[in-house]
Design a protein around this ligand. Sequence first.
Ligand code: SF4
Length: 427
Amino acid sequence: MTCEPVNNDCRKSRSRGILVCGYNFTLLAKKMRAGKELMGVPISQMWTVATYVLSQRLKGRKRYPLVLMLEPLFRCNLACAGCGKIQYPAHILKSQLTPEQCFDAVEQCGAPMVSIPGGEPLLHPQIKEIVEGLIARKKYIYLCTNALLLKQKIDLFKPSKYLTFSVHLDGQKEHHDFSVCREGGYDIAVEGIKEAVKRGFRVTTNTTLFDGADPASVRSFFDEMMQLGVEGMMLSPGYSYDKAPDQQHFLGRAKTRRLFSTILSNRDKKWRFNQSPLFLEFLMGKRSYACTPWGMPTYNVFGWQKPCYLLQDGYADTFSELLETTSWDHYGAESGNPRCANCMVHSGYEASAVNDTFGSLRGLLATARATLFGGSYVNREALDALRQPVENTRHHFIPLSVSAGKTASTENHEARSTQRANDEVKV
Ligand code: SF4
């Protein structure tokens, strides 16, 4: 960008960096340098995502994926009360995707980013091959791990801009250990983070917040993570649906907005988030988005899960079949589907925010403003809320996904997979 001085005042002022002709370049440059430090996502990754979104739009594609949720296995070395994956029968827990199945899914989908949740991906005996194959395909990988095995397995990997360890931590030590039902889990994860940071890996954290979360404690947790040197943090509210037996600890939309507004307003400028600033504003109630469940499609040992990471309304054998045969209008808060009524989770709504950023000038400017200028979100009400006592920070977790309303077709599909797994065992 260039600016021709229109008069002497302007010329003089430019050298001091004072706004006269509409733009303060010195200040902007400083902000941009600071913004680069504050952004939890490297520029090369942002550029890849931006060009991908633009190319999809130019091709006129109405529905395109941003992040593939690749679940190579459901096995885990934790048994968190809030997780539905580990409730599968033993033969399903023993099964896993081969590296070739993973690569095929990645190529069918075409998304520039791949998140590898689970289960615990570090338990997969071929995780090294899977990660190397994805890096060779220039995919930005978020390997989601509870980090219990991170120190032990870290020699399998080499630092790369394409590989990020996304460590699951649900808050400060006591809260996290309670959440994952494992005393000492926080300390082991922190050791893993330190080792990975020391070796030059990209490391982020991912945190799910439920009703009863203590906003002041969550903010202290952010400080702790920044001190550990993580690149950025990711947040999401837990998923709830109206038939879950324990309704009192789920966050309805109003509660979600209140909680995130309390946590994320009056923000410490040192905090970095490895996610869309517009998604965080959505959680704080500053924006509304429709769900884009195809934005983060899920592939696992059953196939392509309909319609999203959380619900199981059947499976498709191919990604095109998923796009073509899912009744997308039946999902999202505005659809009237009760299972979507309270959902604000990242797998449904972060892609909406990213599309907003790279799909319109208004979205791009809002993102730039939030990243470079909008840092602290001053809010007196939120400050007062921080001082309020929190009634109950310990709650019961409701399993995600498995409990979230399976359809008959899902049950049939799983039964077929069970049969296949049993046959393989017999062979
Ligand atoms: S609103 Fe939530 S549960 Fe419903 S389709 Fe979207 S992500 Fe899935």
